[in-house]
Design a protein around this ligand. Structure first.
Ligand code: PRX
Length: 641
């Protein structure tokens, strides 16, 4: 075995390069606008765009004059080809139940769902909220919205009732699509109970459509709740797709921002589909017989772009799995790959770290020879994890694409192209063809080699349309006004560029945490903690964790008359989990008499971070108005994090 230190550059495996349909480095040389015009031409437009790109960043318009329908592009156009009877979705439930939808089947189910939505009064000026697990019906519901030109608002199924309610009301949704339950870790996950709990409070919902997953008999609220199975049997099998403008929204997706409140990011139809279709095809080198598995939940952007829209635009076969990766045991993922002949696996460093912890013996028990390409997304991957994935799962035969992007970018922005570029384990590679990302220093000057802030300096087709309810220019302020001298998109990530132009993303440099690949705004958690009557002040930091990437540590100053007790810690933990969901688990609560503050009263998180990580060197203390706070903090160092 070659030592890992010597494996800092890995060439794409020759058999892969020879068979790949994109292996020409000239793809990087094309003019960006021409490149995207050609990619857009691969979609089916009812009216072709008049102009590829107009306007200046951030107010760019892509494909103006063009009209199309997303569901038509994902389904109908394939029905005119050999793909009609090809599997669009192969699904396996946690209990091993399987379902296969051909493109024809999927088209029919989407049409029926769309007809139901029409009957229920779906309206193009509203957002339909979808709160569903990883089952094909979720994809069907999304495409049904798209068929009618109604933007969907998918909420991750693991969010708590409160988080769901907040997002429903912010979007002003009148229709909610959900299901009676889901299977997770051998138990029934109470989807409908969460919904009912959310809808006990004041809300905008008028209609709830409940899909059958667990053969449940949920109690129905008369006039509001409807079982989908009853509605489905009374509608036609066809539903004409509604033509929408390229810049009409396809969906809304909430993201945790640095300032606490979740923000609704709006994505377009024409630009988004162009970006996602092309990146999916090029980055994953999609071939006709691929069975492609994106392990991300459909409730996140990865699930939208590369779990649903990208693969369906390219007529690929999606593999979808409902349950936990270690249920009933740690061989589950490898069994899925073997049994379904999965050829491409796109997953997260968090899951890879769990695989490593569980041990090589599990993948080794299974025949993984169907795999030909591996992908990673969501957080930085260490070179050790990368090499483990490459050796143990890919057997040295599968290129790895480490793809950097965000909810806001909609599509992959940084990656290697699997049959074109050498791979550097731990690096996300270079900007995707037709895009431009640079590293800026604090003054907005481009760093050609070294450290700085990852920045996007040219328009890209799946740029967000903006944020929902943004009357005060929040979108521009948050993302586009970071540097006075240059208009460029601020990603919130720190990164390094090396002498070969490869980018190494370090992680968030704003007040956003990345826990198991999920974004969580620190102030969202802090706002929740300070709501408790005992809490005077709360400050949170994320510290490194072996599996999750980061975990949350909360520093709490109690009001007079309250005391630090075990039960208070538990109450605070569940308060946050109830408000946000299971991803917001507080790993450690540290009580302190005061928080370190600057003269202007701002909490110095850097110091809290150093303390939480148990560092002796906490850096410059001269900015502190209350240096004594440090001693108070140190008394409460966490035992084991
Ligand atoms: O910090 C970066 C990290 O995930 C953030 C975006 O999170 P979200 O909008 O939830 O989308 C995740 C899936 C696209 C980024 O700002 N991130 C994403 N991919 C990578 C990454 N960090 C390092 N390497 C990556 N490949």
């Amino acid at each position: 075995m070659v030592s890992n230190r010597k494996r800092s550059i890995i060439m794409p495996p020759q058999p892969f390069v020879a068979a790949a349909h994109i292996n020409d480095p000239m793809v990087y040389q094309q003019d960006a606008v021409d490149f995207w015009a050609a990619r857009a031409a691969e979609l089916s437009w009812t009216t072709p765009p008049k102009q590829t790109l107009s306007g200046e960043m951030p107010n760019c318009t892509w494909f103006s004059g063009g009209t199309l329908n997303a569901s038509y592009n994902c389904l109908d156009r394939h029905l005119k080809t050999h793909r009609k009877n090809k599997a669009a979705i192969i699904f396996e439930g946690e209990h091993g139940d399987t379902r296969v939808y051909t493109y024809k089947d999927l088209h029919r189910e989407v049409c029926r769902f769309a007809n139901v939505l029409k009957q229920m009064g779906a309206n193009r000026s509203e957002y339909i909220t979808i709160f569903m697990p990883m089952i094909p019906d979720t994809v069907i519901a999304m495409l049904a919205c798209a068929r009618l030109g109604v933007p969907h608002n998918v909420i991750f199924g693991g969010f708590s009732a409160q988080a769901l309610l907040e997002r429903i009301n912010d979007a002003g949704s009148k229709i909610l699509i959900t299901c009676d339950g889901a299977y997770r870790k051998g138990r029934i996950f109470p989807v409908i109970e969460n919904v009912n709990q959310a809808l006990e409070s004041e809300n905008t919902i008028e209609t709830v459509i409940i899909v059958d997953r667990i053969k449940g008999e949920p109690p129905l609220v008369y006039g509001r709740d409807h079982l989908y199975r009853s509605l489905r049997s009374n509608v036609a099998f066809d539903c004409p797709p509604v033509d929408v403008k390229a810049e009409d929204p396809l969906f809304l997706l909430y993201v945790s921002g640095p300032d606490g409140a979740p923000k609704g990011v709006l994505h377009s139809t024409g630009g988004y589909l162009t970006g996602v279709g092309a990146t999916h095809k090029y980055v994953f080198d999609i071939e006709e017989d691929d069975v492609y598995w994106c392990t991300a939940d459909v409730g996140w952007i990865s699930g939208h772009s590369y779990g649903v829209y990208g693969p369906l635009l390219n007529g690929a076969t999606i593999f979808m799995y409902e349950g936990a990766p270690d249920y009933p045991d740690k061989t589950r993922c490898w069994k899925l790959i073997e049994n379904h002949g999965i050829t491409i696996m796109y997953t997260t460093p968090t899951l890879i770290r769990s695989f490593i912890k569980w041990g090589e013996e599990f993948p080794q028990k299974h025949d993984l020879s169907s795999l030909r390409l591996l992908g990673s997304v969501g957080e930085p991957i260490s070179s050790d994890s990368w090499l483990w994935f490459y050796d143990v799962v890919g057997k040295g035969l599968c290129p790895i694409v480490d793809t950097w992007w965000q909810t806001e970018t909609g599509m992959i922005m940084l990656t290697t192209l699997p049959a074109v570029s050498p791979m550097k384990p731990g690096s996300t590679g270079k900007p995707f063809p037709g895009t431009m990302l640079e590293i800026f220093d604090e003054k907005g000057k481009t760093v050609t080699e070294g450290q700085g802030v990852l920045t996007i300096t040219q328009p890209w087709p799946s740029m967000p349309l903006g944020l929902l309810h943004d009357d005060g220019g929040l979108y521009e302020k948050t993302y586009w006004k970071r540097w006075k001298n240059r208009t460029a998109y601020y990603t919130g990530d720190g990164a390094r560029i090396d002498k070969d132009g490869y980018i190494w993303v370090g992680g968030r440099i704003d007040d956003v945490l990345n826990i198991s690949g999920h974004r969580l705004g620190i102030s969202e958690v802090e706002n929740c903690l300070t709501k408790h009557e005992a809490v005077a002040e709360a400050a949170c930091v994320g510290i490194p964790h072996d599996i999750k990437g980061q975990v949350l540590v909360a520093f709490i100053v109690l009001k007079d008359g309250y005391f630090a007790t075990r039960s208070l810690i538990e109450t605070l933990r569940s308060l946050v989990a109830e408000k946000i969901g299971a991803i917001a688990q507080i790993s450690e609560v540290i009580f302190t008499a005061e928080l370190p503050k600057t003269q202007t009263g701002k909490t110095v998180r850097r110091l809290l971070q150093a303390v939480a990580e148990g560092k002796d060197d906490v850096g410059d203390l001269s900015i502190l108005a209350n240096p004594g706070a440090l001693d108070s903090l140190r008394q409460f160092l966490p035992r084991s994090l």
